[in-house]
Design a protein around this ligand. Structure first.
Ligand SMILES: Cc1ncc(COP(=O)(O)O)c(C=O)c1O
Length: 326
């Protein structure tokens, strides 16, 4: 990947003159079944462009519990698009009925619901897959009421690898889709927003306003394209690692949320930050997602042998901690 990046043909992408960026955008659009895609620095920017292009200040956006776009983008949705969020369902998933319950009535007294954001796979609930039958049901109900749909597909590649459905099929019910080439796919930088041509034209302008126009960005795009072409197939191995880790932790007496893709969530009886600190001392690095919740992410740079070893360390560290008060 580094070699491909070093050899990339580049131009000034602020003037749409970078051939490597064009190639990545065309390949992404094709893979996602949308007319156009736009290369952006991060998943956060891709999601925010999804909001900026499909809402107006004061509008309401319906999201699942723990949605990245609402909870982990530093309040950007409120700051830039000026939207407010309504939560539907639980643990990132919602049914069509739950989406309808979160809708505001048509009234000048309440914010207007205009957009539904789905997240597949869902980060905060542990890489959970949004079942495609439900995506279709939500989409059908949303469309009947004139709402648009944005898909936060930062890890859509994992949903595709686990279900066997193509990224194109997964994205089809949605007007816009954001994807990340970093994270599990393994590129150092980059995301894309895909959708109809006029939506992407509008997103291009907002990207400029947010300072996301990058000049010889082809160096980054070449890495992203390499990841897209050659590193998607291996994602299933990360899912296998997650199942192995989950098995070891369960046997070790820990409460594991059954992994569906590459993320293992642990619900603890001890403070999460203490387990994080104890394991860090042993060279095992992961994240606290709440006072009693931790997130372990499998990726291409850790082997099955390494994650198996790490899981053993987690079990041993956990045994030495004092349980939380009930
Ligand atoms: C579901 C989801 N969407 C969007 C993002 C944002 O991506 P980035 O960190 O590239 O801004 C993340 C990051 O973890 C994520 O998990």
């Amino acid at each position: 990947m580094r070699r491909v990046m070093a050899d990339a043909e580049v131009g000034d992408d602020v003037f749409s003159e970078d051939p490597s960026v064009r190639e990545l955008e065309e390949a992404s659009a094709e893979l996602l079944g949308k007319p156009r895609a736009l290369f952006v620095p991060s998943g956060t920017m891709a999601n925010q462009l999804g909001l900026l292009t499909q809402t107006r200040p004061g509008n309401q956006v319906i999201v699942g519990q723990g949605a990245h776009v609402a909870c982990y983008e530093a309040g950007a949705g409120a700051a830039w698009a000026g939207v407010q969020f309504a939560i539907a369902g639980q643990r990132g998933y919602f049914s069509a009925d739950e989406m309808l319950q979160a809708l505001t009535p048509t009234s000048p007294h309440v914010p207007k619901s205009v957009l539904v954001c789905l997240e597949n796979t869902h980060n905060h609930s542990g890489g959970r897959i949004f079942p495609q039958a439900d995506v279709l049901a939500v989409s059908a109900q949303a469309r009947q009421r004139g709402l648009r749909l944005h898909l936060d597909g930062a890890r859509l590649w994992h949903a595709s690898a686990a279900t066997g459905l193509s990224p194109r099929d997964l994205a089809a019910p949605c007007d816009s889709v954001s994807v990340c080439f970093s994270k599990g796919l393994g590129a150092p930088v980059g995301s894309a927003l895909a959708g109809e041509s006029d939506l992407i034209e509008e997103a291009w302008r907002f990207r400029k306003m947010l300072g996301g126009g990058m000049r010889q960005a082809g160096i980054l795009a070449a890495g992203a394209l390499f990841a897209l072409r050659y590193q998607r197939e291996a994602l299933v191995h990360d899912h296998e690692k997650a199942r192995t880790v989950a098995g070891i932790l369960t046997q070790g007496g820990l409460e594991v949320i059954e992994p569906e893709t590459n993320i293992v969530m642990l619900r603890l009886q001890t403070p999460a930050h203490e387990l994080v600190a104890a394991c860090q001392k042993q060279g095992v690095l992961f994240f606290a997602m709440g006072h009693d919740l931790v997130r372990l992410v499998m990726h291409r740079d850790v082997s099955l042998r390494e994650v198996t070893h790490a899981a053993g360390i987690i079990v041993r560290c956990q045994r030495e901690l004092v349980p939380l008060e009930p």
